[in-house]
Design a protein around this ligand. Structure first.
Ligand SMILES: [Zn+2]
Length: 491
């Protein structure tokens, strides 16, 4: 295992060559068992005498066929019921001191994650029990009609609460953004499928996809020696065998388009109109120095844009950067206002067009650079407190999406080096990615029907032709001054 300072040295030189050598950056005891299981074990002493342990399965709801909608999540629930070794995993976790009673497992489009947080290392038996449970989940979940019926009720309840106003609004947005791809399918599944789901369908899905080569154990904790933990993983997982396979995980096309997509929704329960504008971008996920630099340019662009929007929309505009669908970033501008949705859409598009025409000022960009650098340095000064959970999440991302695990020393070094090199012109140029011809989706939500798709389409045409004619003026000097003098808010 390389020391932190050794890793930092390596990055400086490999950064010059271009690609980031992510294996060199890993800093964990890692490898694979003969049956294909990956493992990552890392020593970290915050919090003391505790471990964050996790089974990561590279399978989520996206691989479900229509008659299986919701099965990946059903398996996540069944994992805490009966396995070959345990009659009731949840009870065993509770009584053996591994887990106090709250289950944190989660199912998304491309993964199912079974974490066991805060496993105490004071008693070696507890760690042994925790790893044993994850090994059971990997291949030994029992699917009985009785167990399935019990979980079905709980999941249908979850299904109902997902469809409250917020749930409906975010689903409507998600459907518009992912339209034309399989990603419109939500992980909770469909009520019809859930009601009729048979143990046979669940067993088939589990056997087909829960292959050990699609799984990793991640353990980050205050270990005296990582070798002991690797040995325990070997003892509990080593004899596991996957059913015949493996089945290659298909790649699902992402919805990219060069004309804007529109959606106008009526939601009687909402009390004010809302506008959401999204831009989707293909990213190389920081696997190269260029990818890392592009991420920083994007971050500076969004921070500068947020400051302008805070002045124009009185801090009511939210910018959300979402990366749950790999390798795509979705940047969402959300504004709920008493303003007419059309007026809101035009104001947002106009401001982005203004940036393309006139750029951000040097002031705005140097201000953003300074506050980002200060936020990075604050995080760096607290680095000793980097907890095992955050580190565990980095290894999960590495396993799932090959995102490098930098460690804060290396990451801060890269930021210190790259951030001062990024110019105002470069940040302004990023607005090219925010054209309505670049995978743009505009959604309005109103209590009563009013705005139409034709209205939205003519708004886009209107702002595009103003930009083409060059008839959008630069910001008034006093407004840019107000933008820079506002306290930074990077949320
Ligand atoms: Zn659930």
């Amino acid at each position: 295992m390389a020391s932190s300072s050794g890793e930092a040295g390596k990055v400086s030189s490999s950064a010059e060559a271009g690609p980031l050598d992510i294996d060199e950056l890993l800093g964990a005891d890692h490898g694979r068992l003969d049956n294909g299981l990956h493992y990552y074990v890392k020593t970290n002493s915050t919090p003391e005498m505790t471990e964050y342990l996790c089974l990561v399965v590279k399978i989520g709801s996206i691989v479900e066929d229509e008659d299986e909608y919701g099965v990946a999540h059903v398996i996540e629930h069944l994992a805490y019921g009966e396995t070959s070794k345990y009659k009731n995993v949840f009870e065993f976790l509770r009584t053996s001191g591994v887990e106090s009673g709250v289950i944190h497992a989660r199912t998304s489009h491309d993964s199912t994650i079974y974490p066991l947080p805060d496993v105490s290392l004071k008693n070696p038996e507890v760690l042994c029990n925790a790893i044993s449970v994850l090994a059971e989940i990997s291949t030994e979940i029992q699917v009985s009609a009785e167990g399935l019926d019990k979980e079905r009720g709980i999941i249908l309840d979850e299904h109902r609460t997902t469809w409250d106003l917020d749930g409906r609004m975010s689903d409507a947005f998600w459907t518009a953004v992912m339209d034309g791809s399989k990603y419109t399918h939500v992980s909770i599944g469909s009520e019809k499928v859930l009601r009729n789901l048979s143990p046979k369908t669940v067993k088939e899905f589990y056997g087909k996809w829960y292959q050990l080569c699609n799984m990793a154990v991640v353990a980050v904790g205050d270990f005296s020696d990582t070798k002991n933990v690797v040995d325990l993983i070997r003892i509990h997982f080593g004899s596991k065998v996957s059913p015949p396979g493996p089945h290659p995980i298909p790649e699902y096309p992402l919805p990219f388009h060069n004309v804007p997509h529109f959606s106008c929704l009526v939601e009687p329960e909402s009390d004010e109109p809302a506008v959401m504008i999204a831009f989707k971008m293909l990213v190389d996920e920081y696997k190269t120095l260029k990818g890392f630099r592009d991420m920083l340019v994007h971050l500076m662009f969004l921070s500068a844009l947020k400051r302008r929007f805070d002045v124009i929309f009185h801090a009511r505009c939210h910018l959300v950067w979402e990366d749950s669908v790999h390798p795509m970033d979705i940047c969402k501008i959300v504004l709920s206002e008493q303003m007419e949705p059309i007026e809101t859409v035009e104001s947002i598009l106009l401001e982005i067009a203004r940036i393309r025409l006139h750029g951000f000022t040097e002031w705005e960009v140097s201000d953003v650079r300074a506050s980002l650098m200060s936020a990075f340095e604050t995080a760096y000064s607290k680095r000793k407190g980097m907890d095992s959970k955050s580190l565990c999440n980095q290894y999960i991302e590495y396993f799932l999406h090959n995102e490098p695990v930098f460690g804060i020393e290396v990451e801060t070094q890269l930021k210190r080096r790259i951030l001062p090199e990024i110019t105002a012109a470069e940040v302004s140029k990023f607005a090219e990615n925010y054209r309505t011809s670049c995978n743009c989706v505009i959604v309005t939500i109103e209590p009563r029907s009013h705005v139409t798709i034709e209205d939205l389409s003519s708004s886009v045409l209107k702002i595009n032709s103003l930009e083409k004619e060059g008839s959008i003026s630069n910001l008034e000097h006093n407004i840019t001054k107000e933008i820079v003098s506002r306290p930074p808010d990077l949320g």
